[in-house]
Ligand binder design. Sequence first.
Ligand SMILES: [Zn+2]
Length: 426
Amino acid sequence: MKHTRFVASLILAALIAATGARAEIVAEIASRVPRQAHSYAEMMAALQELHLTDRVTCRSLGTTHQGRHVAMAVVCDPDHDPRQLRKLLIIARQHGNEPAGTESSLALLRHLAVSEGKAERSLLRRVALLAIPMANPDGAARSMRRNGAGRDLNRDWVALSQPETRAIEAAFLDWRPDVVIDLHELPAHSHKASYQENFVETIAACPSLPTLLGERCGRTSAMLSVWMKRYGLPLNCYYDTPGDDTRLCHRHFGLVHQVPSYLFESKTGRGRSLRDRAAYHILGMLVIANQLAYHHDDPLRPILRPMDVAAAPPAPEPEQDAQAESGPARTTVALGEPVPDAQDENRTLLTARVEGTDDFAYLTFELDGRVLVMTNRGPYEYSLDTEGCADGSVEIAARAYNSSGRCIASDLRTVTLVQPGAALGE
Ligand SMILES: [Zn+2]
C-alpha cells in the first residue's frame, strides 16, 4: 500500500514537472477560503489588513443606497506604479447571494499580497490586479440578488442608474483596465441548457468588432478550457456578439468598451462547496492574469501554447507535425444528426461523439465557421437557438483540439434548419 502510494506520488510529480504547472497553487490559494462567507464588515476588515502590506492599496469607489462602501483593492509589485502596468479589473458579487466571487477574489488578494513565489512576484511586476470583492454590499448583507434599491445590478449597465454601477464605471474610466472579469454563481437547478455546468462567456471574433479583441478572447478562452480540463473542472465557453444584451456587465465592457471581458458562472449544488466554487474562479483569474502578463501582445497566430498558471511560460517548443504528435492513437469526432431540443421548441440539439486521446483538451461546435461553444467535457452537445439562424442550408462543424490549441480532428456536415427547431440532415 505504502509502495503504491509512493509510486503514485512519483508519477504525479513527474506529470506536474512535465506540464510545468504548479498543481498545488489553486488548492493553496483556495485553502484561504473560509467555510462561512465573509460578511461585509469582515470583508472590509480583511481589506484594511491587506492595505497595511506594501503591495496592496484599498480605496472606496463610492457608497451604496444604504451607505456601505464599494471597495476596490489594487495589488502589484510595490516598486511599480500600478497605472503603468497592464491592469486586470475583477468585479465580484454583483448579485449579493453569490458569495464565491467575494471569497475567491479575497483569497487571491491575500495570496498575492504575501507570496514570495517567483511566479507570483514576476506576475505582479507585469500586471496590477484591481479587485472589487463585493460590488453589491447591500445585497450581500441580506444575501439577496438585488441591491438596496431592489435593482438587479447586472441589468443596469446601459442605464447606469445605481450608485454601485456608476462607481464601477467611473473606476473603469479612471483606470482603463486591459481586461475585465465578472464573477458569478449559477443556481443548483435550472431548465436552461447552458446553466447545467460551469461556464464562461466572452466576446466572439466577429467582423464588426476589432480583430485583436476576438483573437485575444478566443485564445484566452482556449487556455481556460485547457487549464480547467487539467484541473478536472468542466467548462463551457460561450461567445457574445454585437446585438447581445449590453445591460450585462461583461457585455458592456466587452461589446461597448471593447476590452476583453469574461463572465464566470460557477455551478452551485450538492457536492460543490464554497471552496470548490471559489477554486473555479481562482483558476480562471490566474489563467487570465497570466495571459495578460505574457501573451496579451502575442502576434496573431493559430497555435496556442499552454503556460504555467502562475509562472512565465516555458520557451516555445519547436513546431511538430500534427500527424506525428497524435501518434498511433488518434482522436476522432463524429457529429450526430441534429434533432429538435426536447426542452425548447425553438432550439436544435447538436451532438458529437469524441474518442479522445490523452492530449484531447476541448471541442468546439461551429455554425458557418463561427464558434458557438467551446466545451471540455462530455456529453458533447449544444442547444442551438434556430430563431437567430437564416433559413436554408448551414454548415455545422465539431472540432477537437489538443492542449496546444491545435485542431486534431473534425467532422462537418451541411444541414437545413427548419423553423422552428426541427433540422433535416444533408
Ligand atoms: Zn450572478
